[in-house]
Design a protein around this ligand. Structure first.
Ligand code: ZN
Length: 390
């Protein structure tokens, strides 16, 4: 398959000006000003990029791909994700995780779902474990899972500072992190520890304790939901200034904002104003997780489901409403997560890397086309490729 995108304005995520992009099979073969003439006896797709921006395909590092929830009983377990939900959000790389429920949701099921989505065209990875410590793994050991199973890039989401946490002690958490780290070093993977933070008053303190009392670097952790309340958000800014990564969750219903939650687009803006290093900020959707919805009186109405499409929506809001420069905003869902997850072929538009691209309309920043591993998944706002059962 050959795709040629002509005269498109590129954010790699840095601004690169107007260029032509040639995609051969699943890789970006060329990006440059040279006019490309295809004279081969094979079909080539030519896209006019004059009204479009090209961004790297988005990376969503925290999605409950097999479904999440269940906190309101078995009927509140959310369903598996569909390919179309991922593609409509411009996401071309996804990391699947379990959540509160590590009993009826298994690692085997998570792995199988990730393999299925990969067959359908997107790049997928998983974390080993769930909220709970000790961690349920595939091989019986965190280190072995990270080293021996290609899809496993780390461990998580481990719940801390939350009433649903298994309340691990500091020593247990140190050992777990060390195992993920060493497994990662030995296999050239991230071995990242994805941390779910609740509303508890201990906030990020456990992680700071580990960094202060061991040789483990602060970058071994990727704490998420940091925008869930103003206190955690404030400590998150300090934590990022210490060199840590902070992740903001985009999946929440703006009509039913939880008290004090900081909207992800605003969180980016505030962090940049506060002098946080732009490479430390990421967004993930928490897609397919359960979202309790309440009416104006604060009464429970129904359970919503987190959407992967919220990821880019917040980036778009950051640009259009909060005046965050495009390249800084899209970094949070492209280059930054790629670096954290050590996905060397992802997160940038560069010759030689995987052909994962999102084309958006210049004025509205609405997604026009999505290309994943060199295949057109969405074109002129219409899904080209649907999942097996859609
Ligand atoms: Zn979580």
């Amino acid at each position: 398959m050959i795709i040629l995108i002509e005269g498109v304005e590129i954010y790699s995520p840095e601004y690169k000006g107007i260029k032509n992009i040639l995609i051969l099979d699943d890789k970006i073969a060329y990006i440059g000003e040279e006019k490309i003439k295809i004279d081969l006896p094979v079909s080539a797709k030519v896209i006019d990029g004059s009204k479009l921006y090209a961004f790297p395909g988005f990376i969503d590092g925290h999605v409950h791909i097999t479904g999440g929830g269940g906190e309101g009983g078995f009927s509140t377990r959310t369903p598996e994700i569909m390919l179309s939900d991922i593609i409509e959000g411009g996401v071309t790389t996804i990391v699947g995780c379990l959540g509160t429920d590590g009993i009826t949701r298994s690692m085997e099921n998570l792995y199988a779902k990730a393999k299925g989505l990969e067959e359908e065209g997107v790049s997928t990875y998983i974390y080993t474990g769930s909220y709970r410590v000790p961690v349920s793994t595939l091989t019986g050991s965190v280190m072995k899972d990270v080293m021996m199973i290609d899809k496993v890039v780390g461990v998580g989401e481990i719940a801390l500072s939350d009433h649903r946490s298994s309340q691990p002690n500091l020593e247990e958490l140190k050992r777990l992190t060390a195992d993920a780290r060493v497994g990662g070093i030995l296999s050239q993977k991230a071995g990242i520890v994805n941390i779910h933070l609740g509303d508890g008053k201990r906030m990020l303190n456990y992680l700071i304790d580990i960094v202060n009392t061991t040789e483990i670097p602060i970058t071994q952790f990727w704490p998420t939901h940091v925008n869930r309340n103003p206190y955690l958000f404030k400590q998150g800014i300090e934590y990022a200034k210490m060199g840590g990564f902070i992740d903001f969750t985009t999946s929440s219903d703006p009509v039913f904002w939880e008290e004090g939650e900081v909207k992800a687009s605003k969180a980016i803006k505030i962090c940049l104003e506060e002098g946080v290093d732009e490479e430390k900020i990421t967004l993930t959707s928490d897609g397919q997780g359960s979202l309790p919805q309440f009416n104006e009186k604060g009464e429970f109405v129904k359970l919503g489901i987190g959407k992967v499409t919220s990821l880019y929506k917040e980036v778009r809001d950051a640009v259009l409403e909060d005046n965050v420069p495009i390249e800084k905003a899209i970094k949070c869902i492209t280059q930054n997560p790629a670096k954290i997850l050590k996905l060397r072929n992802k997160g940038r538009l560069e010759a030689g890397l995987d052909a994962d691209l999102v084309l958006v309309e210049k004025e509205s920043l609405e997604i026009d086309a999505v290309i994943a591993m060199g295949k057109i998944m969405m074109e002129q706002k219409k899904l080209v490729k649907r999942g097996t059962f859609e």
